[in-house]
Design a protein around this ligand. Structure first.
Ligand code: SF4
Length: 465
């Protein structure tokens, strides 16, 4: 473990985030937790007194990538030491949780290892590391709710769209997945706490909220009377916040797509017509080996019900190719299922073993060149369907939430209700607002359009909620 560095002033923190939206949310909350301690964010790791790597365990060789990043950081830390400046290095996220003390043993420049359930202790761990020079490790799954101990979200300028974690962990135990081990058992935040957080975001000008959870549609936070709320009930309550115009949620499991939640796509206009619902594989044999607890036809039945209530919905999914034992026939079932459903979007992965998961010991392995071919085939199919979905919106008039400047000068960019990127010519003053756009063309990664002439910008119903 590193020698005691001197506590420097002023203090800057650099956070490098890997992986999913939940990690982005966690990084924001970590920055907010450190703000009262005087830490300001910097994009330049060389000027940071504290560098945090917020890691992800999903990708192949995730831990090895973290160690090579830590090698570079050790050199930067040494350079700063020679200039008389101290630096703390912290590893957070799922690799921190999975590797724990192994990180400290292999990378002695690391001062803090903090798992995703312990971020409310981060400011304390940082202060301890500065004061004592001793390494700090916090990777338990505390019984207490970390969200109750994180500081309230500060006021200030915010983006148009924000993530809010409402549920963490997972009890499904898919055999390929590390989440049940790195994020622990399913835990849902109380609705009152979530409503308060969304109200504060709304008061900062946020117009769209995406509720996050590893298994978000299993949400069951305890209401004021102690009885659990469903995700549908939570969404209905959040929709009552007048200046929130759009709601989304991700990631869902097919088994937890109940009728109440599906019906909301029709009943609640603020719930956007977009659903990310992983199916992973189209062969029942492989789904069983993955412990997905559903068959291909169960999945299709859910999609049928969703499309009955919201025929225009944009569907997104996750697909794994090359799971141990996957034959050509199994893979064809995956292709066939994807072809029948016609996704507007999909995240496709080659299977790679995560140490400690049941699938890591399954055989036979699928050779890498076969996995590559299968990945290419499924990506080609998905790309075709995605472009077809995008082309079908050309000529339509869509509401777009503008989130930032576009690629070209004079352009601004936003998202359609279907989560498509949309570029238009328009003044930067419209960022953060919802406009009506006539869609003129689709290109491989975005749509272009024109702001409907004579359109009056829709302000939130109230300045604050
Ligand atoms: S449902 Fe999702 S998070 Fe849970 S174990 Fe399966 S893949 Fe992992």
């Amino acid at each position: 473990m590193a020698q005691a560095p001197h506590k420097p002033l002023p203090k800057k923190v650099h956070i490098k985030t890997f992986g999913c939206q939940m990690n982005s949310y966690d990084s924001e909350r970590m920055a907010e937790a450190l703000e009262p301690e005087g830490y300001a964010l910097t994009g330049d790791p060389a000027e940071a007194d504290l560098v945090i790597l917020n890691t992800c365990h999903i990708r192949e060789k995730a831990a090895e990538k973290v160690y090579s990043e830590l090698g570079r950081m050790r050199l930067a830390k040494e350079r700063r030491r020679q200039e008389g400046r101290g630096t703390l290095i912290a590893v957070a996220g799922c690799v921190a949780q999975a590797e724990g003390t192994e990180i400290i043993a292999r990378a002695p420049a690391v001062d803090i290892v903090v798992g995703p359930q312990s971020y409310h202790r981060l400011a304390f761990l940082v202060a301890e590391a500065w004061a004592t020079g001793n390494g700090q490790l916090a990777t338990d799954f505390p019984a207490e709710d970390k969200f109750a101990h994180l500081p309230e979200r500060p006021q200030g300028k915010a983006q148009a769209s924000a993530f809010v974690t409402v549920q963490e962990g997972c009890d499904k135990f898919c055999t390929f997945c590390v989440v049940p081990y790195t994020r622990g058992a399913e835990f849902s935040r109380a609705p009152a706490e979530i409503v308060a957080e969304v109200e504060r975001l709304a008061a900062r000008g946020v117009r769209e909220i995406t509720l996050l959870g590893q298994n978000v549609n299993a949400y069951h936070g305890a209401g004021p009377d102690g009885r659990p709320w469903t995700l549908a009930k939570l969404l209905r309550r959040l929709a009552q916040i007048s200046s929130i115009d759009r709601l989304r949620y991700t990631t869902s499991h097919p088994l937890d797509m109940n009728d109440e939640l599906i019906q909301l796509f029709d009943d609640e206009p603020k719930l956007m017509p977009y659903l990310h619902l992983p199916f992973q594989a189209g062969s029942d044999r492989i789904l069983k080996a993955m412990n997905r607890k559903h068959t291909a036809s169960d999945y299709e039945a859910v999609i049928r019900r969703v499309r009955e209530v919201r025929p225009d919905i944009a569907l997104s999914t996750d697909i794994i190719v090359g799971f141990p034992g996957e034959t050509d026939r199994d893979f064809e079932a995956t292709l066939a299922l994807a072809a029948r459903i016609r996704f507007a979007q999909a995240f496709t992965f080659k299977y790679s073993a995560r140490p400690g998961t049941p699938a890591a010991s399954l055989e036979p392995h699928v050779p890498d060149d076969v996995k590559r071919e299968r990945l290419y085939a499924v990506q080609s199919l998905i790309d075709g369907d995605r472009h077809a979905f995008d082309r079908a919106t050309v000529g339509r008039r869509l509401e777009v939430l503008f989130e930032g400047p576009g690629r070209k000068p004079g352009q601004i960019a936003g998202r359609s209700p279907y989560l498509q990127a949309v570029h238009v010519e328009g003044p930067k003053g419209l960022i953060g607002q919802i406009g009506v756009v006539d869609i003129l063309a689709s290109s491989p990664n975005s749509l272009t359009g024109v702001i409907k002439s004579g359109f009056e910008w829709r302000e939130p119903a109230q300045a604050a909620v």
